[in-house]
Design a protein around this ligand. Structure first.
Ligand code: COA
Length: 266
């Protein structure tokens, strides 16, 4: 993958609001479609944010008022053969894994169309909120392909195989209301309120223990692909790990002293 200079991003904008980072996919003329450059930039940005102890949570959204991300770039997909098709899926999947495995909570603010790779990006986030005007779907079968950035695996885990197969096999989008009803999104906001409302939820997380957040994310995401006894063993291990941290001592001392915990953030 190309080396990315974080000071000269072309298709991604990175904004900071205290301990909150807002990552904006910024290719509005193409409805923020994911070409190679955009995927490489997102990958570099999420790697940097994960390593930055000053960042407590991340909000991912799209530029403009029309689209979150209208999918992988079809102009690129149209030219791919077997090997680059596989490489393209692998790169997109690596990005979704990076987001999912980030130590920080990542919240998607779905401000419009989230199709194909766009919905798959949102599925890799920990929480999803959308605007009342948003439309979400996996239309790949109408292009003669299938979802390749994790959609066939994460969507059924989130909404169940029946609903996921309906979306994947018809390619039809769902509205914001339907997405909320089936548990695809955590909540729906008016378009003008989406970003501020998503940031407010993210700030609730920033007020919690950063290491505890990272361990809780790990328990949920790693546990999802284990048997229940294995997942419970993982939970006990992570609980044990949390019990060894200065963060736990501070969190409990703060509770007992009836004061706010002072977390170790730079
Ligand atoms: N890849 C590449 N370009 C895309 C794109 C994508 N996934 N989605 C939109 N664009 C481009 C369009 O080609 C157009 O570019 P142009 O102005 O240079 O012709 C521009 O973004 C605006 O899109 P347009 O289709 O004119 O907007 P619309 O409001 O009429 O329709 C959508 C919006 C989202 C319904 C429509 O763009 C669409 O169906 N996009 C593809 C969605 C998809 O199948 N995604 C999965 C890909 S695997």
């Amino acid at each position: 993958m190309a080396t990315i200079d974080l000071g000269a991003l072309q298709n991604v904008r990175l904004e900071r609001d205290g301990h909150l980072a807002v990552v904006v996919v910024n290719r509005p003329a193409k409805l923020n479609a994911l070409d190679d450059q955009t995927i490489a930039e997102l990958d570099a940005v999420f790697a940097a944010l994960d390593a930055d102890d000053g960042v407590g949570a991340v909000v991912l959204t799209g530029a403009g008022d029309k689209a979150f991300v209208a999918g992988a770039d079809i102009a690129v997909l149209a030219k791919q053969g077997v090997l680059d098709g596989k490489e393209n899926a692998r790169r997109g999947q690596a990005l979704t894994l990076r987001i999912e495995q980030s130590r920080k909570p990542v919240l998607a603010a779905i401000n419009g169309y989230a199709f194909g790779g766009g919905l798959e990006l949102a599925l890799a986030c920990d929480l999803r909120f959308c605007s009342r005007a948003a439309k979400m779907g996996l239309p790949e079968v109408s292009l003669g392909i299938l979802p390749g950035y994790g959609g066939t695996q994460r969507l059924p885990r989130l909404v169940g195989p029946g609903r996921a197969l309906q979306m994947i096999l018809t390619g039809d989008p769902v509205t914001a209301e339907e997405a909320e009803r089936i548990g695809l999104v955590n909540g729906v906001f008016e378009p003008g309120e989406l970003l501020a409302s998503t940031k407010a939820v993210a700030m609730r997380m920033v007020s919690r223990g950063p290491q505890a957040l990272a361990l809780a994310k790990q328990a949920v995401h790693r546990g999802a692909s284990l048997s229940l006894p294995e997942a419970l063993a993982l939970e006990a291990d992570l609980f044990g790990l949390a019990s060894s941290t200065a963060e736990m001592k501070e969190g409990m001392a703060a509770f007992l002293a009836k004061r706010k915990a002072a977390w170790l953030r730079s």
